[in-house]
Design a protein around this ligand. Structure first.
Ligand code: NAI
Ligand code: 15L
Length: 268
């Protein structure tokens, strides 16, 4: 049966706030969790991913988890270790203990951020491209994907890991023209990942059907995802303001953009 009650972790964040608005139209009842309080919601839990008892209570009775909580940019190894590595482990343990069978994990392009971006007639980046994390943050997403594989193989907890590009209301850089996922397409992809008839661990790319796409959306479409958006209407203004990507610029050479520079710099 299709999952109905979903635990959305990281619900106070940017993507969480967007998905809180969009996922209920697919028929889901959302339980929210974040370390930051969320006011005005009937079912919102304020808890840190370090709190195993709170996580166990949070997953009790839900049909699936959409796991967004964590540090979403580069940070110190110690902070990434606590929130993203230990925190994601704690969540998977809670799911295993409470019998939750489906998790959608917000992985990131930064798990493979040092992959050179396609240029000219280069092929699109496949989902089985070798891991090349660009930061401790990206490394934690590699860990999350491997943790998901372990829990699928050993415990039957199935995961769809979505290597999200840039999910914001609009693309704000020339790079994002290639990796942008509109919020509406994000909700379509989360819905597909929650309902697809797949078992085990599946990795897919998360973006809209952009004209300037760098990666293969075939496995995403195989879940039933039908993207409706394309960043191209934003291209002329962004190119006029920022110029085209310079292959000689280390911040422009790879999928991960300026996460690949030392130190990582904004904007990406
Ligand atoms: P965000 O930083 O806006 O939101 C993250 C949320 O997680 C925050 O509300 C924060 O309070 C919460 N959080 C952090 N540590 C926590 C902890 N220890 N316990 C409980 N809650 C904690 O990030 P955003 O953009 O909403 O991203 C959400 C997820 O999607 C993250 O895992 C991020 O890595 C991933 N992602 C997002 C992309 C995007 O374009 N927005 C791209 C690729 C991946
Ligand atoms: C990510 O993984 C970050 O969480 C998000 O804030 C953006 O920086 C995104 O990648 C990106 O690559 O644009």
């Amino acid at each position: 049966p299709a999952p109905r009650t979903i635990l959305l972790t990281g619900a106070a964040g940017g993507l969480g706030t967007l998905m809180r608005g969009l996922l209920p139209s697919y028929g889901y009842r959302l339980r929210l969790l974040d370390m930051l309080p969320i006011d005005g919601e009937p079912d919102a839990i304020t808890a840190d991913l370090a709190d195993r008892d709170a996580l166990r209570a949070a997953v009790r009775g839900v049909d699936a988890v959409v796991h967004l909580a964590g540090i979403s940019l580069e940070s110190t190894f110690e902070k990434v270790l606590r929130a993203n590595i230990e925190g994601t482990f704690n969540l998977y343990e809670a799911a295993r203990e409470e019998g939750v069978r489906r998790i959608v994990f917000a992985s990131s392009n930064h798990a493979v951020g040092f992959t050179p971006r396609p240029q000219g007639d280069d092929p699109l980046i496949p989902v089985d491209t070798p891991r090349r994390p660009d930061t401790f943050y990206g490394l934690s997403k590699c860990f999350g994907e491997d943790l998901a594989q372990l829990y699928a193989d050993r415990h039957g907890v199935d995961t769809v890991s979505i290597r999200i590009g840039s999910c914001f209301p609009e693309p704000t850089t020339v790079r994002m023209l290639s990796v942008w996922m509109s919020p509406a397409d994000g909700a379509r992809l989360f819905h597909a990942a929650l309902t697809a008839d797949v078992t085990g661990h599946t990795v897919v790319h998360g973006s809209s059907a952009n004209t300037r796409l760098w990666w293969d959306l075939g496995p995403s479409r195989a879940l039933g995802y039908e993207p409706q958006d394309d960043s191209e209407p934003f291209a002329a203004a962004l190119l006029a303001a920022q110029g085209d990507l310079d292959p000689a610029d280390p911040a422009h050479a790879n999928l991960g953009g300026a996460f690949c520079t030392d130190p990582p710099i904004w904007p990406y």
